[in-house]
Design a binder for this molecule. Structure first.
Ligand SMILES: Cc1cc2nc3c(=O)[nH]c(=O)nc-3n(C[C@H](O)[C@H](O)[C@H](O)COP(=O)(O)OP(=O)(O)OC[C@H]3O[C@@H](n4cnc5c(N)ncnc54)[C@H](O)[C@@H]3O)c2cc1C
Length: 431
């Protein structure tokens, strides 16, 4: 079969999901990828870096890595566009683009994911006027379920492009993408601590007063770390060491030490948050966004209509602090601009994203089920790569173009080569 075949076990980043695929392939060119899609044992799932928490990749058929479709292929300085391999890791891509005078307008928390994986799940950063990665896509090439090469672009078939990206690896395997970039920029990054009440009461104003704003609520502390980034022409200053992982370890220790003693826990946390809070530096865009995430967790994130976020967040905190004393991971809150992609959770809706985390290896289900009830009641749409319980029936009600997208999918993958049991439930495909 195609080059790179192996039969290893597979596991996702958090270690929760495993599989023993019948084949693992890493085709080196588009012809070999087409052959693999036609002949490998099905179902086939594209794999990036396995950072998704949902079983999008988990599969007993063939796992197909696009790692060899990597790098900056070319760029157009006048149009400020770049053509890139979909297997490129975000960090490598950012460095290659920076070197030729281009930049992503925004990035998420880490830069380890494959670009194709980030696009497939609507991966995003924070910023009321900043869209998820897929909003920069001008054109893409994928190999469909029949092994045929298909091209999509904003100029030739804009509607189809909106249907296939983000595409969950269900429309085809994306090999290369043309993205619209911006000129490299410098950011003034600040981190302060604020009472959570102030952020909830004044949510829209505080979140939209900066190019990018986000916050982490520290459970049981009534305090949040508020992080903002704004454009600046000032010279770079040293970036303080990334201590996010150490902070999570410390929060876990405080939780174990104080047990179920909320006043003691609150007092200790307040002091820790205040002393850890301040951060103030200037750096190039690509040095500001990514953090280290080495402490493993499972995660649920829902994208809510922005006006619902303050109420939903207050309920999330109340429920966490009355029913889940063991939780110490911060709650992350971000905003994302609306877009037009059919399977984007931000489809025609300025959104606020609320993310809850749970220590990997422990039972996350009661906590996530309790949080999901709140997110759903407030009209949330789940992050495709983060844990949720929805299937096609509920998703069709949340996505006005869901059925249209499925019609395009059927045309590209009539034999359901990309449909694993999980994907069948997610997309409502009879197998
Ligand atoms: C520590 C951590 C931090 C994170 N931070 C953020 C964040 O800040 N913001 C955010 O929105 N999300 C975040 N995520 C979620 C993550 O960005 C998504 O789950 C993303 O899809 C992972 O990319 P990946 O390359 O690992 O893809 P995988 O998990 O390997 O695959 C995800 C999906 O993409 C498909 N796919 C991959 N490559 C291709 C391709 N070339 N063509 C077609 N389909 C393809 C797969 O089939 C699958 O359906 C984070 C996850 C972790 C573990």
């Amino acid at each position: 079969m195609t080059d790179g075949e192996r039969h290893d076990d597979w596991t996702n980043w958090s270690g929760l999901l495993t599989a023993r695929p019948a084949a693992r392939l890493a085709p080196g060119d588009i012809g070999a990828l087409g052959d693999a899609i036609r002949t490998a044992p099905g179902p086939l799932r594209a794999v990036g870096t396995s950072h998704s928490f949902t079983p999008l990749v988990q599969n007993d058929g063939a796992l197909v890595s696009l790692d060899r479709f990597a790098g900056l292929i070319d760029h157009d300085p006048a149009a400020m566009t770049a053509r890139v391999g979909a297997g490129t890791k975000l960090g490598e891509l950012a460095r290659a683009m920076h070197a030729v005078g281009q930049a992503f307008p925004n990035m998420g928390d880490i830069d380890r994911q494959a670009f194709g994986g980030a696009l497939a799940t609507a991966t995003h950063g924070s910023g009321a006027a900043l869209g998820a990665y897929h909003t920069g896509v001008e054109a893409l090439t994928l190999v469909d379920g029949a092994g045929k090469v298909r091209d999509f672009s904003v100029t030739k078939n804009a509607d189809d492009l909106l249907a296939v990206c983000p595409g969950l690896g269900a429309f085809g395997m994306v090999t290369e993408v043309t993205i619209r970039n911006v000129a490299p920029y410098r950011l003034h990054r600040r981190r302060t601590s604020l009472p959570i009440r102030a952020l909830i009461d004044d949510f829209p104003a505080r979140m939209s007063a900066h190019r990018s704003a986000e916050f982490f609520y520290i459970p049981f502390s009534r305090m949040a770390l508020f992080i903002t980034s704004d454009l600046t022409d000032s010279a770079s200053t040293p970036r303080p060491p990334d201590e996010d992982d150490a902070a999570v370890v410390l929060l876990g220790r405080v939780q174990r030490f104080t047990g179920w003693l909320p006043p003691l826990r609150r007092a200790l946390l307040k002091r820790a948050v205040a002393s850890a809070a301040r951060e103030d530096y200037v750096a190039d865009w690509l040095a500001v966004y990514p953090s280290q995430r080495n402490v493993r967790f499972n995660e649920m994130e829902y994208h809510l209509p922005i006006e619902e976020a303050p109420k939903a967040l207050a309920e999330v905190i109340e429920r966490l602090e009355t029913r889940f004393p063991g939780i110490y991971f911060p709650i992350e809150v971000r905003t994302v601009a609306a877009d037009e992609a059919w399977l984007s959770p931000f489809y025609r809706r300025p959104s606020a994203s609320i993310a809850v985390h749970h220590t990997a290896g422990l039972d996350h289900r009661p906590y996530f089920a309790a949080m999901e009830e709140i997110f759903r009641r407030h009209g949330g749409r789940p992050h495709w790569g983060k844990m949720h319980s929805l299937t096609a029936k509920e998703l069709a009600g949340l996505y006005p173009r869901f059925r249209d997208a499925m019609a395009v999918r059927r045309d590209l993958d009539p034999d359901n080569r990309f449909v694993s049991p999980y994907m069948a439930r997610l997309l409502g495909v009879e197998r």
